[in-house]
Ligand binder design. Structure first.
Ligand SMILES: [Zn+2]
Length: 430
């Protein structure tokens, strides 16, 4: 295995240093001579712990025309990620040890990012019968995060049982918070714009009611709840209350926000371009402001992409028939930097995009700042480089990015997974 010396990288907000990587591990940080190692000039680059995505749809098995484990892994590496949690809404659904092991194995074969399968909470995402959570936890994939994402576990009794079950192996239930009886037929955020367009709306209360209920359930059974893609100012208020309420007591709650909910609003729907159709929907400017403030404050713990590739025929069609979802892996870091670097600093970016998600997902090898003895899961970012998003140039098999043609700041120059480069000079190494 090749040894590497990364020369002169700035470590987060601190000083520059050299990093020596041997056998997949960071062995030295400081001034390193680097005899016999491959030297990477990192002058002007910032070294971050490899990013961790709590919410990725890789579409394999079942929709390999939209994405595969390999193409999604490559997109992730190019976005600076070293680990992704692969959501369970595949076909077949990842609700058995067999399917999660298949996804995990495909991830290992691709070798571009640590693929950690998320197990379904209920059989077939049907919301009626608990899936084999214990068998998935005991499988080779060692599943710790479970979610019916795409659907809400709306039955409170089932949600309670799931929370109780995963306590045995320090698992976490990641909830797609959407009370389905309040969003049936919805096409976009319920508000001024939906009224003007005459579109059925997805009201904020459908998210807020589920978050509040689940926080109380998590407290009641003393389990870990993670709230997926928070999108409303009201959801933020409930999480602020929840974190105070649960601090030091039984149960815990964490939450994520997507780059698109930090950067885009429902007014974009006015042109009826389905690239802006997503679930939960784009909200208002006031929601975006509340989400940004909550991420800086720490009420929202992490940024997660909700990377949702879709084939052209499923996305470039009439609004009502288009599938919800947007690509995210290759643009997330730039969106976060562009919106919030001044407030977060690089340390805050590392916390929200690497350390916190690694803790939530229970990934011991990820989310560590470069330090001797740590696995060399790292990314090098050029903070000043600008680039234009060209959908055709993305590594994802799909093209449904809402940022097409936009000029973004911050470019991933290199990513290392256990000491091997998956990205070099801004290009996929494999
Ligand atoms: Zn979701």
């Amino acid at each position: 295995m090749t040894d590497y010396v990364i020369k002169g990288a700035r470590i987060l907000d601190g000083d520059t240093a050299d990093l020596s990587i041997q056998d997949g591990v960071v062995v030295e940080v400081g001034r390193v001579a680097g005899h016999g190692a491959e030297v990477i000039d990192a002058d002007g680059l910032v070294a971050l712990p490899g990013l961790v995505d709590l919410h990725t749809h890789l579409r394999e098995p079942g929709r390999e025309d939209a994405e595969t484990v390999e193409s999604g892994s490559r997109a992730a590496a190019l976005g600076g990620y070293t680990a992704v949690c692969a959501m369970a809404n595949t076909s077949p659904v990842a609700d058995t040890a067999g399917v999660v092991e298949q996804v995990w194995r495909l991830g290992r074969e691709a070798g571009l990012v640590d693929v950690r399968p998320v197990g379904a909470v209920t059989v077939g995402l049907g919301g009626e019968h608990l899936a084999e959570l214990g068998a998935m936890a005991d499988s080779a994939a060692r599943v710790r995060m479970f979610s019916d994402d795409g659907f809400c576990v709306s039955d409170p009794r089932l949600m309670r049982r799931a929370l109780e079950y995963v306590k045995a192996f320090d698992g976490v239930i990641a909830q797609h918070a959407e009370e389905p009886r309040l969003t049936a037929t919805s096409q976009m955020h319920e508000g001024v714009t939906s009224a003007r367009l005459g579109m059925p709306g997805w009201p904020a209360v459908a998210e807020e009611a589920i978050i509040a209920r689940d926080v109380l359930l998590a407290e009641h059974v003393g389990a870990r709840l993670h709230v997926c893609h928070v999108s409303t100012a009201g959801g933020v208020e409930i999480l602020r209350w929840a974190k105070r309420r649960l601090a030091g007591g039984p149960g815990a709650v964490t939450a994520e926000v997507t780059p698109h909910h930090l950067s885009l609003t429902d007014e974009l729907v006015e042109g009826y371009d389905p690239v802006y159709k997503v679930n939960p929907p784009l909200r208002t400017e006031a929601d975006v402001a509340a989400l940004r403030a909550a991420l800086v404050e720490g009420v929202i713990d992490a940024v997660a992409t909700d990377h949702a590739p879709h084939a052209v025929q499923d996305k470039e069609c009439e609004w009502a028939y288009a599938r919800p979802g947007m690509l995210g892996l290759e643009t997330a870091l730039s969106i976060v930097i562009g919106a919030l670097l001044d407030e977060l600093g690089w340390d805050g970016v590392a916390e929200r995009m690497s350390r916190a998600p690694a803790r939530i997902a229970g990934l011991a090898d990820h989310g560590h700042d470069p330090a001797p003895g740590r696995p060399a899961n790292l990314t090098l970012v050029d903070p000043d480089a600008e680039w234009t998003v060209d959908p055709a140039a993305l590594a994802s098999r799909s093209r449904n990015t809402p940022y097409a043609g936009m000029r973004l700041r911050g470019r991933v120059v290199a990513t290392f997974l256990y000491g091997r480069p998956t990205v070099l000079d801004g290009k996929a190494a494999r």
